[in-house]
Ligand binder design. Structure first.
Ligand SMILES: [Zn+2]
Length: 247
């Protein structure tokens, strides 16, 4: 049946096109991330990125920091706890103050499970656009919420969109907190499919042990499944996991 063959060929061609397109998008993503990181590192105030270059050259396997941004979220947080518990891995959760207010029981659950709870601002504003008072509020109100629920203070802060200025750095210093930036990223706040998330993170891992995943509402299952797979593949490569060391 020649028609069928033609259809098959066309399917194959469109499949190949799709693979080529995804491949191109992944390469573009990696290029963008590398460029963004190279531009941002020298101008942003000091903070945690990844292990230093010398330690990296010696180590054959790596200690990976899994971090989850933008929660807590009823669609992701408890399921992530199950994945992390199954794999005996501890991670760091960067929570948004407004979400902490909405879901204090999720914060409590993460705390009880022994993961690190960190500050990701009150409502995810772009900090450089705020007044100094405004930046203080973003950090302090969220710290207080975390303290009320866990009875311990947050030592780590990740600025929304990864960007902050010297004023924010000074405010963090006064509170003996450290800024945490990013390493391996995947654009996983968009629905790009768990396989793409896993591919991008695993590709970026060498030199980028600080893995950033997002607790988005529309991408909940993608984050949960990708987390399980990233842990599995990383373990196969001999990597281990640890929460970010607090100052
Ligand atoms: Zn965020």
């Amino acid at each position: 049946m020649p028609d069928d063959d033609t259809d098959k060929d066309e399917n194959k061609v469109s499949e190949m096109r799709q693979v080529a397109k995804e491949d191109f998008q992944n390469k573009l993503h990696n290029l963008n991330m590398n460029l963004l990181t190279a531009l941002a590192k020298p101008i942003l105030p000091a903070g945690y990125w990844s292990k230093n270059q010398a330690a990296r050259r010696v180590a054959t396997s790596r200690q990976i920091n899994l971090t989850f941004d933008d929660g807590p979220n009823p669609a992701t947080t408890l399921e992530l706890l199950v994945v992390l518990s199954d794999e005996n891995v501890k991670g760091t959760f960067f929570f948004i103050g407004d979400n902490i207010r909405r879901y204090p029981e999720l914060v409590q659950a993460v705390h009880k499970a022994g993961h690190t709870i960190a500050n990701h601002s009150l409502d995810h504003m772009f900090l450089p656009a705020l007044s100094t008072r405004g930046i203080e509020k973003q950090i302090d109100v969220t710290n207080n919420l975390i303290m009320e629920i866990t009875a311990s203070s947050a030592a780590l802060f990740r600025p929304p969109f990864g960007l902050m200025d010297k004023r924010a750095a000074a405010i963090l210093k006064e509170r003996r907190m450290s800024a945490v930036y990013w390493g391996a990223m995947a654009d996983d706040y968009r629905a790009i499919g768990e396989e793409t998330v896993v591919k991008r993170i695993m590709h970026a891992l060498p030199g980028n042990e600080l893995v950033v995943l997002h607790e988005g509402h529309s991408t909940a299952q993608q984050t949960i499944n990708a987390t399980r797979e990233i842990i599995k593949r990383s373990k196969e490569l001999g990597h281990t996991f640890e929460p970010i060391q607090e100052p």
